[in-house]
Design a binder for this molecule. Structure first.
Ligand SMILES: C[S@@+](CC[C@H](N)C(=O)[O-])C[C@H]1O[C@@H](n2cnc3c(N)ncnc32)[C@H](O)[C@@H]1O
Length: 282
């Protein structure tokens, strides 16, 4: 799906306490539930210091986080098919998987106010950072879901997601762990069940093993590639949106690792049994 190129302008809201970000935060009903910690950050201008445990607790009270990490039957009812309602509009939704602090959600969210961005990760303390930054920046089009990617199809209705970014996922280097790689057909089948037809999947990684594995899966399943880059920072100019750097990307890039990217689409072949060929990949 194409992005409109309009730059983000925060919604105009009457000033309050001389701090527009705080005004934004407090101006909507849902934002009134924001914790005193979020407010404290905005008053002080710095991210409040919190222990990991405090962050895990605090995300429960942040208005832009849904915490479903204790997977239980019935959990899905609060969100499945309801993301437009949660965002408060019908704009297309981009899902960032293994989002960590949600750098892509934040980066794209500020560039594309007419789209919604949802970061998904299991680690609550990382989500806390992204969620606090989104509140601070007044990004109403950025939300976070704390859960395991393995349960993805429970939380989204068919076609509810417009595109997926997978940013620096764990590469699971051992052959015995290939089924945990987020571009294994087991995961692609899950994505196919929630993505709109023709929805793009973007993978950014430093891992040669994961990148090559993904390209082989794409080849075996005959998936159409939109763009493939084997060394992003050797390009003369960085393509649109690939300039957004995640926390892990910065680490890997400064350690001299090459950053790789591929954007591809799914097709019905993801449902075909090709396990014989896939199992041979390492
Ligand atoms: C290497 S970090 C990358 C974080 C971020 N995308 C970045 O580039 O800075 C991988 C992330 O995947 C998350 N993760 C790993 N397996 C997961 C799963 N099954 N469900 C949800 N999140 C998972 C971890 O919690 C971690 O934050």
């Amino acid at each position: 799906m194409s992005y409109s190129t309009t730059c983000h302008t925060a919604p105009h809201i009457k000033q309050h306490n001389k701090n527009p970000a705080l005004t934004n935060l407090l101006s909507k009903k849902s934002h009134n539930r924001s914790s005193r910690f979020a407010e404290e950050k905005l008053y002080n201008g710095t991210m409040p210091k919190r222990t990991k445990i405090e962050r895990y607790k605090e995300i429960l009270s942040l208005p832009n986080v849904t915490d479903l990490h204790h997977y239980r039957d019935g959990d899905h009812a609060s969100v499945r098919g309801k993301w437009s309602e949660l965002f408060g509009n019908d704009n297309p939704i981009t899902l960032e998987l293994a989002c960590g602090k949600g750098d892509y959600c934040l980066g794209l969210g500020s560039r594309y106010p007419d789209r919604n961005f949802l970061g998904l990760d299991i680690k609550g303390d990382r989500i806390w950072k992204g969620a606090m930054q989104a509140l601070d920046a007044g990004l109403r089009n950025v939300r976070f879901l704390r859960t395991r990617i393995d349960h993805l199809t429970n939380y989204f209705a068919p076609g509810e997601i417009d595109e997926i970014w997978i940013t620096f996922p764990d590469p699971y280097l051992k052959k015995s762990e290939t089924r945990k790689r987020l571009t294994h057909p087991v995961f692609l089948q899950r994505y196919a069940r929630i993505l709109q037809a023709d929805g793009l999947i973007h993978l950014k990684t430093d891992s040669d093993r994961l990148f090559n594995f993904t390209l082989q899966v794409i080849d075996i399943l005959n998936l159409p590639i939109k763009q493939q880059i084997s060394d992003l920072y050797r390009l003369e100019s960085i393509p649109e949106n690939l300039d957004i750097q995640t926390y892990y990307e910065k680490q890997h890039h400064s350690a001299g690792q090459t950053i790789k990217y591929v954007a591809f689409r799914l097709n019905d072949d993801v449902y075909h049994t090709v396990s014989g060929k896939i199992n041979k990949l390492i």
